[in-house]
Design a protein around this ligand. Structure first.
Ligand code: DAH
Length: 366
């Protein structure tokens, strides 16, 4: 019992909750000295037990009471300190009210809608949970087509009522089919929206944004496509010196297919869209896929390809935003970091209009 006084003194002197806890374990824990004394009662004679028992119990009570008193005192001191530290200084000016901002992806989609609306395009939408017929088959990618494998598709385990595999759309191109089937021809639509692929690094995220364009009419040819893309890119980048380079390419849904490069100029080591890519300090970068709509796709859209022709194009909205506004890591777009949003976001009242900002220069209007 000689441990009682030193234990009570140590408890009174303990200055942290952890120290109190260590003392509790040393006394009342399984291996503690009080517990050991309590266990020794079993081996005592009844007389010994009658005289020693109450003293051991009293010691246990005294230690437990001292522990809880010390713990309460330390806790209330900690609370006092916390309250003192958290005092609000009411004489300080009020902090700035948090202000939301428009995400660059939303801003760019609004800019694109504004630019294409001026050229007579309506905005069309389709479901993000698509079936493989709209996403692939009707776009001239039959089941065995190698391009299907290239799309890193997220599939759902179930099929729909018509036995079609369900998936997260891998591109906005299925909206071409949906628009033809629901609206017929002639047709002029853009379809901005989210698309999904199982891919992730600095330039790829599993969800990203595309915009699709589709024109179906009579006598449409590549010249219409080139004029439209040039007009769009000049309006989007808000400069006249946009130079395009069309390269032959392959997409199952267009024939012929072209990839569109835009010329850039190196300014302080950064690529700035504008100027010929063949210039000494310039280069070309790919910005769009496009082409004349494949006859088979027009048929899948319920139209007669002998009567109707068209062109289509598709591009990444996030990439366009990066090029125009100078961000270099795509992943930051979807981190939700308020500092990034405060830096790159747009004011809610910064609505893009052709007259203020997103302007089709007068010289290129039809
Ligand atoms: N769907 C294509 C992709 O995701 C992009 C594309 C290319 C769309 C050519 C088109 C087109 O409409 O004509 O890679």
């Amino acid at each position: 019992m000689e441990q009682l006084e030193p234990t009570l003194a140590a408890i009174a002197a303990a200055d942290t909750i952890d120290a109190v806890e260590a003392l509790r374990v040393a006394a009342l824990g399984k291996q503690g000295w009080v517990s050991a004394l309590l266990k020794s009662l079993g081996g005592m004679s009844p007389e010994e037990r009658t005289s020693t028992g109450p003293r051991i119990h009293a010691a246990r009570e005294a230690v437990a009471a001292a522990l809880s008193e010390r713990r309460a005192a330390l806790e209330s001191a900690a609370l006092e300190a916390k309250l003192a530290a958290e005092t609000a200084d009411l004489s300080l000016p009020a902090p700035a009210a948090p202000r939301g901002s428009v995400h660059p992806v939303s801003q760019v989609m609004d800019e694109l809608a504004e630019i294409f609306a001026d050229m007579g395009f309506a905005v069309a939408t389709g479901p993000e949970i698509e079936d493989d017929w709209h996403n692939f088959t009707a776009l001239n990618m039959p089941e065995t087509h190698p391009a299907r494998a290239m799309h890193d598709t997220f599939y759902f385990p179930d099929q729909d009522a018509q036995g079609r595999s369900m998936l997260l759309r891998t591109h906005t191109s299925p909206v071409q089919i949906r628009s033809m089937l629901s609206q017929g021809a002639p047709l002029r639509v853009i379809a901005p929206g989210r698309v999904y692929r199982s891919d992730s690094d600095a330039t790829h995220t599993p969800m990203f944004h595309q915009i699709e364009g589709l024109v179906i009419d009579k006598g449409i040819h590549l010249g219409h496509l080139k004029w439209t893309l040039e007009t769009f890119l000049k309006a989007f980048f808000e400069r006249e010196d946009i130079v395009l380079r069309l390269r032959p390419s392959y997409f199952p849904f267009t024939e012929p297919s072209v990839e569109v490069d835009v010329g850039y100029t190196l300014v302080n080591g950064k690529r700035v869209v504008g100027g010929s890519g063949d210039a000494a300090n310039g280069g070309w970068m790919e910005v769009l896929g496009s082409g004349m709509v494949n006859r088979k796709v027009i048929e899948f859209g319920g139209l007669d390809p002998n009567e109707w022709q068209g062109f289509a194009f598709g591009t990444g909205v996030d990439r366009l935003a990066m090029l125009k506004y100078g961000m270099d890591d795509l992943r930051a777009f979807f981190d939700g970091d308020v500092r990034w949003l405060a830096h790159y976001g747009f004011g809610a009242l910064d609505v893009p209009t052709l007259s203020a900002g997103v302007g089709v220069p007068v010289g290129v209007r039809a």
